[in-house]
Design a protein around this ligand. Structure first.
Ligand code: SF4
Length: 268
């Protein structure tokens, strides 16, 4: 396995320091969960909470189920027994597609230290379930060696804007846009099936984003901003209100579709 401890180690420390990240190691009762996500049968979330702490994150509802009162993005529960539980659960489960992850980022900085996502993938390998990975993190390229051993796998990178200034407003603790674009390129070069998840659709210049990505993705997912109650104040503060207008969004989506011509583009 390629060790990235050297390059990502300082990232963990920085995140912990900068965010006073509360890290708790817990033992989960179950790790392979049935899901209602279209096209998927199960989800695996090796962590509860996410240090990326995106301002729009829909997964913040997890606080209610985990007795966390801290702000979203400031705590992560680490399910240290995830690979062991998965080993037991996978044997008894009907084959299907697994999303990794649905309510956390499986390659957030703590994954460097704990390697739970990697170890879960190792448990899945002999069973060859179909795997759909979604992340914002360049760390995902650490596991390309494993991805190559799956018959059916795709890796999605979430890129919500082409502008770093916008990323810093909505996703202040997540990896930079350029790093994510480079990651898609690396995955594509490794012949892994890739997609870009443009969701939620943030202020962007469609042609710029398409130009940087079209060559490297197999398909595209676009999701509009559905979490307006969480972000309305940001739209107001930075004078982005027009981006909440449905007609304006439709125009942007049409320009994205044009830029990704020849690729399948799903719009939610
Ligand atoms: S990376 Fe995903 S799970 Fe993590 S805070 Fe951002 S939107 Fe939520």
């Amino acid at each position: 396995m390629i060790s990235l401890e050297h390059s990502y180690g300082p990232l963990i420390t920085n995140v912990q320091r900068a965010m006073s990240l509360l890290i708790k190691e817990i033992k989960a009762k179950s790790i392979l969960s049935k899901t209602g996500i279209p096209g998927a049968h199960y989800s695996i979330n090796p962590y509860t909470g996410c240090s990326h702490g995106c301002r729009y994150c829909y997964a913040s509802f997890m606080k209610r189920f985990t007795n966390h009162s801290e702000p979203w993005g400031s705590f992560v529960d680490v399910k240290i027994n995830a690979p062991d539980i998965l080993k037991r659960q996978i044997k008894k489960s009907r084959k299907g597609t697994i999303v990794i992850s649905s309510v956390t980022d499986p390659y957030q900085p703590l994954e460097v230290r704990y390697e739970l996502t990697r170890k879960c993938l190792e448990e899945l390998l002999p069973y060859q379930f179909s795997v759909d990975i979604l992340t914002k993190s360049p760390l995902v390229h650490r596991d390309i060696d494993l991805f190559k051993q799956f018959k059916e796998i795709e890796v999605g990178i979430t890129i919500t804007t082409d502008e770093e200034r916008i990323r810093k407003i909505f996703e202040p603790k997540a990896p930079p846009v350029d790093a994510r674009i480079r990651t898609i390129k690396k995955l594509c070069e490794a012949r892994i099936r890739t997609y870009v998840f443009i969701g939620p659709l943030l202020p962007l210049i469609p042609e710029v984003l398409c130009e940087k990505l079209a060559e490297y993705v197999d398909y595209v997912f676009i999701d509009r901003m559905n979490y307006i109650t969480k972000t309305r104040s940001l739209y107001k503060k930075y004078k982005f209100e027009k981006w909440l207008n449905r007609e304006y969004q439709d125009n942007i989506v049409a320009r994205l579709k044009k830029g990704f011509r020849g690729k399948k583009v799903n719009v939610c």
